[in-house]
Design a protein around this ligand. Structure first.
Ligand code: HEM
Length: 525
């Protein structure tokens, strides 16, 4: 049930109940006097400052992301949708699967665009970034190519890469468990570079300098509140000389285009020399006559899938380790399954995965439970619409409150907030379909025409990672750790959210594990 008219829900939420405070705070916010606005925000509205201290909707979303908004309590407080209107941008925050499906899937012709970003879209990526591409022909072409290159059957060509990298990760964790996050990072980017361009694994952080720089700049540009031009579009016409942001964005478009063209160029050269190795880049080039994308569009398409897959996968692994520490009984059950199905004389391979239902259920449960992209990637509507008595204006930005949607007790039961892979198993212990028409069993991969095209790659990586790591080791809290681990707080970094840092001890499960991992690795050299 939608309990409040959107406007009322929005403003009650931002500023509080008092009409005087509302007027005062609105005036000061709009006046844009940064210092006064920040004080107002802090002491009158009681909101902490945003990442850049800008008193715009960015701040609201910033704090909301982290804890407040992602609490299932929000649905009880505000109903299935909340609407915020600030500086002319309408924002719909969706708190129910029913509404998300009604709008983003059943009305996907209206709700499949992206918000228009002047800096990140028009200048920094010239609207070639797949993730920001508005609804239209280019999006259709992009989606057709990814549907082919990342289909359920096509992603099997990446299994050897994923299997090898899972072993490398396991060995790295055994050798130096203290830098868990760095290992996940290197691992996820290695897989993506290989999936996209068949490049060798990343050796050091320097190899990631350019691509990480691109992702960081991109996420910063689209973060609400970073660029005033997004709220005052006439600023785009300020001459370059007086607009550093514009000069920078134009500069980075050229640099990033070079990087993506160089990366894809290697695949072009290989194919020209008769070397046809599995990669998404190779699929793009070989299907060019079907999709008709230009060289630059192809380079950006591959580059964008690279950028979209690295951080999300590495963050998911980080949340998963936290779950392993908080739920040791789940870890023990996975160990038992691996001992029974795989045994202890070789590390798991993809051939084992179909016989590991608990591990496969754990993949679903991790992606459901871990709010990697807590508000989803925003969709935007392209025409005015009416929904259950509400008027939703054209251009409304639709955020999906993932933790609330994935913790819906009507779908996932009363223990929805717990990490319990067995919710995905039937009475025979086999993986069951929990949500009709949604094989993955959660909504973390998004909706409708924009659903994550890399989901089969991600699921493959997670399945073999979980199997290999749990086969070889146990994750424990170090002796002397005290207090409960924090599974609730979200540490925001761009669109993704990490858990609060925690310590973890890695214990090999049996003495031969390391030797067998090394032997397993030699099969992929
Ligand atoms: C666990 C890991 C991942 C999660 C949780 C995730 C989640 C998401 C979400 C929520 C969206 C937005 C969907 C929407 O707008 O409704 C998305 C889009 C996207 N994802 Fe993923 N993703 C993951 C891994 C990957 C991987 C491995 C790749 C590449 C192989 C990838 C490529 C993309 C691309 C290109 C888009 C943009 C699609 C579009 O705008 O139409 N993702 N992802």
């Amino acid at each position: 049930m939608v309990t409040q008219s959107p406007e009322v829900a929005g403003f009650t939420w931002i500023i509080g109940d008092s009409p005087k405070l509302h007027l005062l705070a609105t005036f000061i916010l709009l006046a844009g006097i940064r210092l006064i606005a920040r004080l107002t925000q802090r002491y009158i509205c009681n909101l902490p400052p945003g990442p850049r201290g800008l008193p715009l909707i960015g701040d609201v979303i910033h704090i909301a992301d982290q804890e407040w908004l992602a609490s299932p309590q929000r649905r009880d407080d505000y109903g299935e949708v909340m609407y915020i209107s600030a500086l002319g941008t309408g924002m719909l925050i969706i708190n129910s699967q029913r509404v998300a499906v009604d709008l983003l899937e059943k009305r996907s012709t209206i709700y499949s665009s992206r918000p228009h970003y002047i800096s990140a879209g028009d200048f920094m990526t010239k609207n070639l970034s797949f993730t920001l591409t508005p609804h239209g022909d280019l999006l259709r072409h992009f989606r057709r190519v990814v549907a082919e290159g990342f289909s359920k059957s096509a992603v099997q060509q990446f299994h050897p890469i994923q299997n090898r990298e899972a072993i490398v990760l396991a060995l790295a964790l055994i050798k130096s468990p203290s830098t868990l996050e760095n290992h996940f990072h290197r691992h996820a980017w290695s897989i993506m570079l290989s999936v996209d361009y068949h490049l060798p694994p990343v050796e050091s952080k320097d190899d990631l300098y350019e691509i990480e720089g691109h992702v960081r700049r991109f996420l910063q540009e689209i973060h609400p509140g970073t660029r005033l031009v997004e709220y005052f579009p006439w600023l785009r016409y300020v001459p370059n000389r007086f607009a550093k942001w514009k000069r920078n964005s134009q500069y980075w478009f050229v640099q990033d285009s070079h990087m993506f063209q160089r990366l894809l160029g290697k695949v072009v050269d290989d194919l020209a020399n008769g070397i046809d190795r599995p990669s998404f880049g190779a699929t793009i080039i070989k299907t060019q006559s079907k999709h008709g994308l230009s060289e630059l569009e192809q380079a950006w398409l591959a580059g964008d899938t690279l950028a979209a897959g690295g951080e999300t996968t590495s963050t998911t692994l980080h949340w998963w380790i936290l779950a392993m520490l908080v739920y040791p009984n789940v870890q023990a059950r996975a160990h038992a399954e691996l001992d029974e199905v795989v045994g202890r004389d070789h590390p798991p391979t993809f051939a084992d995965v179909p016989f590991l239902p608990y591990i496969r259920a754990m993949v679903k449960e991790t992606v459901r439970w871990a709010p990697t992209v807590p508000l989803g990637v925003p969709h935007a509507s392209t025409v005015d619409d009416q929904y259950e008595g509400m008027f939703i204006p054209k251009g409304t930005v639709c955020l999906q409150n993932m933790r609330v949607l994935n913790f819906d007790p009507e779908v996932f039961g009363s223990n929805a907030a717990e990490f319990d892979p067995s919710r995905y198993l039937d009475e025979k212990g086999q993986v069951k379909v929990l949500m009709r028409g949604r094989e993955e069993g959660h909504v973390s991969f998004g909706f409708g025409r924009r659903v994550c095209p890399g989901r089969h790659v991600a699921e493959g990586t997670l399945a073999i990672d979980f199997a290999t790591l749990l086969w070889a080791m146990r994750f424990e809290r170090p002796e002397g750790s005290w207090g409960e681990l924090d599974v609730r707080t979200l540490v925001q970094s761009g669109l993704t959210a990490h858990p609060v840092p925690f310590e973890c001890k890695v214990v090999p499960r049996f003495t031969e594990a390391e030797t067998l991992l090394n032997e397993g690795l030699s099969m992929y050299e």
